[in-house]
Write a protein that binds this ligand. Structure first.
Ligand code: FES
Length: 670
């Protein structure tokens, strides 16, 4: 009988012959099979579980049986009793080869496992976190062979894990002796990106955590992730306390310009908020915040600078110079963040002075740079960040939309909060509106609406509400293509009332009157025209006329109904079913960079290659802006939209103009 046996690992299909008695974990390692381990084969961590497949495997030329490996061991029994293990599973570090076998490595035992994500995503995440844990037994000091504790730890890491040339933080040396003695010379070491010892704990530790944070100008959101499984174990959000220094980004930059030391105040405020958020998610996830060893951050350029303690004044005016636009890795302690004292923080790269690390996060999540389709990604905020392209070329710009989409500068505008109108429908025959408010599932014309909204009331219109209101007013013929509220309809519609020398459309008359004024319509026109003109510049530069896919990102973007955004001409013409929300794509991008470190180099390379367009200096911006003031647009026909949505009666002129334009085009080309 041969003293060697054949082992085939599935699903990788890797195979090799090994001497009988070889532990399966060792065989897997030598074949490069992806099997996890923290304890280094001591039967403690349970990460190395496998299944012995039974039966005749003609494909591999093997008859595999459970008794072709060594019998169930005491170590496995002890582990199963203590931590639990599914029937049929074995610890590969404790199971040795006794004959030919096929070994299945289940997904949860693989280091580079796929992370399961909630919604159908553009890309898969393969787990490859920056932090790996390694349990080691370290030689005790010997008077006859004097070496430092650190050197013996390094020798153990090299011998037991093959880790060489490790760098060490001073804090590791400061805490090492205690940890080694408390752990009876057995410690767990956290290694950052295979290079730097980041933490040492006495005994066996098998979980480390990471935090993915999206620092928005209004809210800060964080996801706490288990770095071993990729699972999000807690998520939470908090208002950005910098709001007290200025509602929007430019007012915060002005605050810095006018108040020496204002940047330091805002830096302290945002860091404090992140620390509170960390306390909250750690409590929710039931972990010690010191177990957070890695964090990733995204944010627009001004949030990015303030988080890092950089004065954002340069971003307040041309040429909008960033202090740094590459990805940045720093110690959490340098940012006063209360994670593990030696935790590392990675801040995603910024793209340009107005296009930040939040857009880099959106790109990681939506992956236009990996797609064939011509994709437009728009993060709608007070400053819209726009990316257009596909795997061949990407362009980016930002456009100053102002705060109208957030409900500011709108007469009855308010933030998205209970009581705010968020959905609007207008009957084109009767011109009678109905609406929904945040916090209530009923439409305003449904029975029980008044009762259901008794506590919240109907308090104003939020961003998505004003978009729908103006778009529905246009579809119902109340607002013309030029954005003028038609006072001629006042006779048949008592909701159209004069105000100064213009007209106002009253949506609701209750404890307070909620109405859309002529000036509100203008503000929305100005905001959407700025955004659309930015998109047009990118389309021009890319030499593209048709967009295959549109993704709306950001808190606001995920609440707008794509159809209404298109009716208004906020986004270009596209098949409606190819337009969708990217959800909180920036935060998802931060989580991707946290869980799969290979994406950090990917996004940095992508960002380096993006062509940046500065809208402020582009001569055609003004022309596009003027055209885009019309609803949906003076020069672009929006044929795909109007093949799905009936054009309003007042829009006949536009339709005729479009027909005329295409006739002229045909004549020119014939
Ligand atoms: S490697 Fe830890 S239990 Fe097998």
């Amino acid at each position: 009988m041969s003293d060697q046996a054949l082992v085939v690992f599935t699903p990788s299909g890797r195979r090799g012959r090994f001497p009988l008695g070889t532990p399966l974990l060792k065989a897997a390692r030598s074949l490069g099979v992806d099997v996890d381990s923290v304890c280094g084969g001591r039967g403690i961590c349970g990460r190395c579980q496998i299944l012995v497949s039974e039966g005749e495997f003609a494909k591999h030329g093997i008859v595999s049986r459970a008794d072709h490996v060594t019998a169930w061991s005491e170590v496995e029994e002890r582990y199963k009793q203590k931590r639990g293990m599914k029937d049929g599973r074995r610890l590969s570090c404790q199971t040795c080869l006794g004959g030919d076998v096929v070994i299945d490595v289940p997904p949860d035992s693989q280091v580079h496992k796929q992370v399961v994500r909630k919604r159908a995503e553009v890309r898969d995440i393969e787990l490859d976190p920056a932090i790996r844990l390694h349990y080691v037994e370290v030689a005790e000091p010997d008077m006859h062979n004097p070496t430092g504790d650190l050197e013996r730890l390094k020798a153990a890491l090299e011998q037991q894990w093959g880790l060489v040339d490790l760098e060490t933080d001073l804090r590791i040396i400061q805490t090492l002796q205690r940890a080694l003695r408390d752990g009876d010379w057995k410690v767990t070491v956290a290694i950052h990106r295979g290079q730097v010892m980041t933490a040492v704990w006495p005994g066996f530790v098998d979980h480390a955590y990471g935090l993915a944070v999206d620092v928005g100008s209004t809210t800060i959101a964080a996801h706490l992730c288990d770095l071993a499984s990729g699972e999000v174990i807690a998520s939470s959000g908090i208002m950005n306390p910098q709001i007290r220094f200025g509602e929007d980004l430019m007012s915060r930059v002005s605050y810095v310009m006018m108040n020496p030391g204002g940047d330091a105040e805002m830096t302290a405020a945002v860091r404090e908020a992140i620390n509170s958020l960390t306390t909250e998610v750690s409590a929710e996830g039931d972990i010690d915040r010191e177990m957070i060893l890695n964090a990733t951050f995204v944010g627009n350029p001004i949030m990015h600078h303030l988080l890092l303690g950089i004065d954002p004044t340069e971003l307040g005016g041309a040429p909008f110079a960033l202090a740094a636009n590459s990805g940045i890795t720093v110690w959490a302690a340098e940012l006063d963040l209360a994670f593990h004292p030696d935790a590392r923080v990675y801040v995603l790269p910024c793209i340009a002075g107005h296009v930040g690390a939040d857009t880099a996060g959106v790109m990681l999540s939506e992956a236009p740079h990996l797609a064939e389709e011509m994709t437009l990604v728009v993060d709608v905020g007070t400053n819209a960040e726009i990316v257009l392209g596909n795997k061949d070329k990407l362009l980016a710009c930002s456009s100053p939309t102002g705060p109208a989409f957030e409900g500011a500068q709108i007469s009855c505008g308010q933030r998205a909060a209970p009581g705010a109108i968020e959905r609007v429908r207008i009957d084109p025959e009767t011109l009678e509106p109905r609406f929904k408010v945040i916090g209530c599932d009923l439409w305003s014309d449904e029975e029980g609406f008044d009762e259901a909204t008794k506590t919240t009331g109907v308090t104003g219109i939020c961003g998505s509400g004003i978009i729908e209101a103006v778009a529905e007013m246009y579809l119902a013929g109340i607002v013309s293509e030029d954005g003028v509220i038609d006072g001629g309809l006042a006779e048949r519609c008592p909701r159209i009332v004069p105000e100064d020398r213009t007209w106002t459309f009253v949506l609701y008359e209750g404890r307070q009157r909620i109405a859309v004024t002529q000036n509100d319509v203008r503000q929305i026109q100005l905001a959407k025209a700025a955004l659309y003109a930015g998109v047009k510049l990118l389309l021009d530069r890319a030499g593209v006329e048709q967009i295959d896919r549109i993704r709306l990102a950001g808190a606001f973007g995920s609440h707008i109904d794509p159809m209404y955004a298109m009716v208004l001409g906020l986004i270009p013409d596209c098949d409606l079913d190819a337009v969708g929300s990217a959800g909180n794509a920036a935060g998802t991008g931060a989580a991707i960079a946290l869980l799969d470190t290979s994406t950090r180099a990917e996004i940095e390379a992508t960002v380096r290659d993006i062509e940046k367009i500065e809208t402020a200096v582009e001569p055609k911006f003004q022309e596009y802006f003027v055209d885009a003031m019309a609803i949906p647009n003076k020069s672009d026909p929006f044929t795909r939209l109007f093949s799905a949505v009936p054009r309003p009666a007042g829009g006949e002129a536009a339709a005729q103009r479009d027909a005329g334009r295409s006739r002229r085009r045909r004549r020119r080309t014939s």
